[in-house]
Design a protein around this ligand. Sequence first.
Ligand SMILES: *Cc1c(COP(=O)(O)O)cnc(C)c1O
Length: 422
Amino acid sequence: MQTQTEMFNRSKQLVPGGVHSPVRSFKGMNETPIFFKEASGAYITDTDNKKYIDFCMSFGPLILGHKNKTVQKELEKALDKGWSYGACEPYSLDLATFITNNISFIDQIRFVNSGTEAVMTALRLARGVTGKNKIIKFNGCYHGHVDSMLIKAGSGLAGTAEASSKGISDSVAKETLIFELGEIEGIKEAFKNNNDIAAIIIEPLPANNGLLIQDESYLNFLREITKENDTLLIFDEVISGFRMGMEGMSGLLGITPDIVTYGKVIGGGLPVGALAAKKNIMEHLAPTGEVYQAGTLSANPLAMVGGYSTLSQMTHEAYLKIEDNTRKIINIFSQWLENYNHGQFSHIKIISKGSLFWFTPTQEIKRACDIPQNLTESFKPLFSLLVGKGIYLAPNAYEVGFVSLAHDEEVSKDLEKRLWSK
Ligand SMILES: *Cc1c(COP(=O)(O)O)cnc(C)c1O
């Protein structure tokens, strides 16, 4: 087999930057990306046969761990029947039934192939339902690579926005208003000056730019102000959905969004996204309604089986167990950060919610603009040391860590051993 460096060089010839998604590039980490060849449970193995404890977990979908036995068996059975019909089939019916039975505030769901697609459709649906155009989003919330969501704060008035990527037309950028998380007055002002706001979109647990845990009262404020203004509230639960309990953050907080988007855990590691809402909203989608949306591979039977066989294992006990796993892991990391090598990393803390965690040199913060500028610099030595010890994290200081059901007692003992080894 080729060395990792050889593979990366070959990949760079064939693929921009050698990667199919920029966050895989190890940019800023001063290292070449690791090529992984297989994984099982809480562990992932690279092409040099080095085995790591995995806290990236494919960026979240693998809530049961890698290569869960039941999921594997169900996928093998499904594979034996063929893997795409482009027609109605029973597999998506099973998953849709399971989800709508378990999530009290939705009646209908539509499956797509990614979180990005789910958000794109949710925004179009919100515009179609309200007949309005503008969308409010928050700095530090990620909603996939939808044009109108690749937006950062502009240099002009509060709420003005500009594209954070090239290739986005000014007219699209102008349809998005952007605010800091926690902003109240500016949002009230926006509604006063503007009768054209179709939706507010937020990650109810922002977890793509650090872990910025929001006050329940703030999410309630967004619920109220959208209701008062005939604007829809979209909760992007692509990370938090089916992770912070079966009903996600919406269920945890008892705040009902008008539209919710899912991804990641919903497919258990296969490509699935979804949007869901009450019937009176969902029926605006084609073919019942006039908001168009479609997909050749939507509700792909294999992906549906992956999702169903994953979610159906997430019992109440499973959620308790995964949080218990997380508590143990956080304790071990915290002790180590505090004391390792005369406190070399004692300035770094670990913030956690449910089965997510984030290494940060700050106190618990709620706004992206409060994240220290030197975050990457302070994370880099920690990342390198951990990778050396066979502990894999997402190669980016702004990404959270993911714990799975497979990160059990034995894995936490192994983590402790690896952390303290010379
Ligand atoms: C990951 C993510 C997305 C994008 O999902 P993809 O499947 O990567 O397109 C959108 N929103 C949130 C909150 C996410 O975490």
